[in-house]
Design a protein around this ligand. Sequence first.
Ligand code: HMG
Ligand code: MG
Length: 302
Amino acid sequence: MSIPSRVKLVEVGPRDGLQNEKQAVPAAVKIELVHRLQDAGLQEIEVTSFVSPKWVPQMADNDEVMAGIQRKPGVRYSVLTPNLQGFEAALKSKPDEIVVFGAASEAFSQKNINCSIAQSIERFAPVVQAARNIGIFVRGAMSCAVGCPYEGDIAPERVAYLAALMKGIGVQHVGVADTIGVGTPLKVQRALEATLQHFDIDDVSGHFHDTYGQALANTLAAMEMGIWQFDTSVAGLGGCPYAKGATGNVASEDVVYLLNGMGIATGIDLDQLIDAGKFISDFLQRKPNSRAATAILNKRLA
Ligand code: HMG
Ligand code: MG
């Protein structure tokens, strides 16, 4: 399989990135971030999640953020919906895509969504059906596809098992998530292969957190298998509240720099993306967690 000539990035910074921030981020800042990301050329943005505000207070302004975005034609706006309650709440804001999120690890499923893997599938099934009935695209996230903060290494068979369950209820696309960023290229390839037993290559993406600095290598390893869709997070924002110690996703800026260097098209303007990352990092009073952004910002100053 040759390396893809075009790659699609799904920007998850506003959701996966900001969900973990302790300080309140006003809806207006989130909206501005989304606007900057779409202006930089991102074609899919995971905006927010319709989860319990007691569990994830940072996403409590989901309605307000979705309502405040001036949508750009051709851009897909997705939101997380763990159950029918979340899905019904999300409907008002007319997402193009919803994400149901399960885990390959039983312990993580319990910690993250308070139910077993089997129960999660029972909860997702009516959500998937309701979404598809009205033409909303359904993506599934498969957390802990390589390692779990509670159970350690996760065997590829468990990823295949979850992928089969997701396929069985009508999920259209799945993301293979290294939630805690412990994966290395061969392990990530095994998890992707397990997923490809049940989903076509065009319906599988990579979602790699960068805790151990492996996410770019894992992205390249996935591309070597023909995977061409990845979730990335501007300024490397984020983490999951239920995966202690895990850092953000691979920085969007770093992935775009890699792809630009390899002549792989993304439609994203790196300079504008760096500005978007600088905007949110300034708000959070820290530097962007992206090597490429740091290098280019330093060069601009010189
Ligand atoms: P639960 O407590 O098991 O649900 O939560 P419940 O049905 O028993 O309801 C309990 C309370 O929650 C009730 O409120 C419900 O109304 C409310 P109360 O009567 O106590 O006031 N509730 C909700 N409120 C708003 N929206 C909803 C909703 N559902 C119930 N949708 C639930 C189950 C899933 C909601 C909860 O466990 C939760 O919100 N968990 C947070 C999960 C989360 O957001 N995790 C982070 C995102 S996943 C991630 O980051 C990983 C990913 O990036 C991939 C990767 O890297 O691995 C995707
Ligand atoms: Mg994540």
